[in-house]
Each structure stands twice: as C-alpha cells, then as structure tokens.
Design a protein around this ligand. Structure first.
Ligand SMILES: Cc1cc2nc3c(=O)[nH]c(=O)nc-3n(C[C@H](O)[C@H](O)[C@H](O)COP(=O)(O)O)c2cc1C
Length: 379
C-alpha cells in the first residue's frame, strides 16, 4: 500500500539499500532461516511482553527507530511518536527529522534523541544539552552511515539548499501522479522535505534546510572513539551506540560507558554485503550482554521476527521500514496498526511455542531451517 501511495522517488528513498541491495535482502532472509517447534500441551493464558531499555519501560520489545522520515506523511514524527505512546512504547527521534523534539515530547514522554555528528563540537554540545534539558530519555549515537547517495536505486540527491523551483519542478510529475499524498500535505499547509529543526545552528530559531545540513554533515569528519567518550560524559544519562557489527566495537562501546548498543547495518544503508545483525547477535550478546542492553534492528516485519531476535538474546528491537510503510499509508493510524500487528504477532508466537514470557525465550526455542530440512530440536 505504501508503494502505491508514495511518489516514486519518496518510495525509493524508503525502500533503498546500497548498491545491489544484498544487505537489506539478508536482513529479511536471516529471519526466514529460523523456525519454531510448535507445542500443544499446557499453553499459556497470559503473556509478559514488557521489558526496559536504558531504564525506560516498554510494554513490548519493539521501539520505533530513528529515521529521517522526510516527505512520507505530513503527520511526520509526531504521528509516529503518538502511535508509539498509545501502544506503550518509546521512539528514537532522528537528527534528520522534520518535527522538533519539543513537539514529540508533548505526545510521548519516552523519546530517545538520536545524534548524528554534524558541525562543530560546540554545535553538537548545544543540541545535545538542549535535548537533555527538554527531557529526552536517552541519547542514541548512530555511527554506521557511510554517506553513500544510493544513486543505484534512483534515489534523488538531497536538494542543494532548499526546495528551490528547479528541485520542485523535477519532483512535480512524480508528486502529481500521487494526488492523495500531495493533498495530505497541502491540506496541512506543509511542504515535504524542507527543514531539519533538530540540527539547528547558532540557536533554535536558526533551523537549516535539509540540503544545507546535509552539506555540513558531509564536511564534518567522522567522530573518533575519544569524541564519543566526550559526548557520553557530557550527556551523563542513558546512552546508546547504534550501528555495532563486531564484538570488538561492542567492547569499545562498553569501554566508553554505553548503557546500550544496537546491532545494526542501518537497514542495509551501510556497506552492502554486510550480513543481517541476527547472524552475530548471539555472539555479541555472549560477549557484552551482561554489561549493556543489547538491541538489534534490520528486517523486522512480523511479531515472530521479534520473538526470534529476543530468543537470540536481544532485549528489544528497533523497527524502521515497517512503521514507515504504515506512516505512509495513513499517518498515526498506520503506525498504530503496524505496532498492533507486531504486538499480536509476538503474543501468537509465544502462545504457539508455549512460552508465557519473553524473558523465558532462549536459543532452544529456535531451529535452523537448513536447506529445506529441519535440524532436530535439542529438546
Ligand atoms: C529511510 C531511512 C532513513 C533512516 N534514517 C536514520 C536516521 O536518521 N538515523 C538512524 O539512526 N537510523 C536511520 N535509519 C536506520 C533505522 O533506524 C534502522 O536501523 C533500520 O531502518 C532498520 O531496518 P528496517 O528498516 O529493515 O527495519 C534509516 C533507515 C531508513 C530506511
């Protein structure tokens, strides 16, 4: 439905991976390679799906991931945050979001502010401390974006400075072909994809255009481990590093004092060919799971996917595209519906395998579907 609703360039920007798209495909496939053994006796009648991440309690182990959701729906990040609150969960707010943190906190108290390294350390310090003062529950530092423009997928480049006439003209035919999408914006008096209020400059009134902030992002050198240690200490509160793919990096995140990590390949937008986080999740959990909350993300589309990740040791998962598709189709109601599908899917899977609590899940609840044959269950 999202594909039918969105103008083609916007749809591609949501769907895209890098290069051949090996990684987003593996993110989904890895879940399909795992199965469950259904049980029939003594099935549970009630279910405990609640957990916490960085001290924030959530009703089920799914958090709305930070994404730069420009141009998908005029409801924007506020719509997603409100749906998440109504379903009892938290959200990460992207640096590239089109709604300011202030507006999200009015509808959901459990917002983690996501930081990209854009601009001088003084600018970064100002934005981060402001987010803390406003009441963000935690800081997520995302370190895995490789800045590739995804041109192989036909994704349009970021507008140079603003939605100038030239950019609007080139985008117009695709937008006009989706009148319903366009009218939703026009009714609310919003223009898609213009400003990024969480990347403000001198002060909070100095809100840059997407393209200008993008240019600054590309000019800013990637942060070192010492930079991240600096921001961790400055922040002082709950702190997550997102984009971990190796045991070595997981241990370095622990060393700098992270409270949580997310094993992630940015939904396939980092190096194409890197495998699904699910494949190394159990090893990273073995290495650092007793010291930090371990999350994972990438390819989660079903409640049963969530159960598989939790059985392999994730405390909770992030979802990206799944909720973007819902947002595209019907704003807040669409995100609410997606979270409902996932919540019910988790409950039904727990029922099917006879587990009353997500906290009782272990690797033994899973089996590897090996080339079409079941590997015998261990118990
Ligand atoms: C269109 C798009 C934009 C994204 N923007 C951000 C972002 O601004 N910050 C961030 O930390 N991750 C970003 N991500 C990565 C997501 O937070 C998440 O890791 C990923 O979407 C999970 O994979 P999934 O889409 O298969 O669920 C983005 C992902 C997509 C698809």
């Amino acid at each position: 439905m999202a594909k039918r609703r969105l103008p083609k360039p916007v749809w591609l920007a949501v769907k895209a991976g890098n290069e051949k798209g090996l990684t987003p495909a593996d993110n989904v496939r890895a879940f399909d390679e795992l199965g469950f053994s259904p049980t029939i006796f003594n099935r549970p009648t009630s279910f405990d799906m609640s957990t916490s991440i960085m001290g924030t309690k959530i009703d089920f182990p799914v958090i709305v991931s930070p994404v730069g959701a420009q141009a998908i729906h005029p409801g924007g990040e506020v719509a997603a945050a409100s749906a998440a609150a109504r379903q009892g969960t938290a959200m990460g707010l992207s640096s590239w979001a089109t709604d300011p943190l202030t507006d999200l906190l009015k509808v959901n108290q459990d917002i983690f502010f996501q930081l990209y390294w854009v601009g001088s350390k003084a600018d970064i310090e100002k934005r981060v401390m402001d987010a803390k003062e406003q009441g963000a529950k935690g800081l997520i530092v995302t370190l895995d974006w490789s800045h590739t423009p995804r041109r192989d997928w036909g994704v349009p480049p970021a507008p140079p400075s603003n939605m100038g006439l030239k950019t609007m003209a080139s985008f117009a035919p695709a937008a006009i072909a989706r009148p319903r999408w366009l009218s939703e914006f026009l009714i609310r008096g919003r223009i898609p994809d213009v400003k990024v209020p969480n990347l403000w400059g001198r002060d909070k009134n100095d809100v840059p255009y997407f393209g200008a902030a993008w240019g600054e992002f590309e000019r800013t050198p990637a942060p070192t481990w010492d930079d991240i240690k600096w921001i961790r200490e400055l922040w002082g509160g709950p702190f997550m590093v997102k984009g971990i793919n190796t045991i070595k990096d997981a241990k370095l995140a622990v060393d700098l004092g992270a409270d949580a990590i997310s094993i992630s390949n940015h939904g396939g937008n980092n190096i194409d060919g890197s495998p699904s986080p699910l494949r190394y999740l159990p090893y990273i959990v073995d290495a650092v799971g007793d010291q930090v909350d371990v999350m994972a993300d990438g390819g989660i589309r079903r409640g049963s996917d969530v159960v598989k990740a939790v059985a392999l040791g994730a405390k909770a998962v992030f979802i990206g595209r799944a909720y973007l598709y819902g947002l595209a189709v019907s704003g807040e109601a669409g995100v609410y519906e997606v979270l409902d599908i996932l919540k019910n899917g988790i409950r039904e899977t727990l029922y099917g395998i006879g587990k009353a609590s997500i906290h009782d899940l272990t690797k033994d609840d899973l089996m590897v579907l090996n080339q079409g044959f079941f590997v015998p269950p261990t118990q």
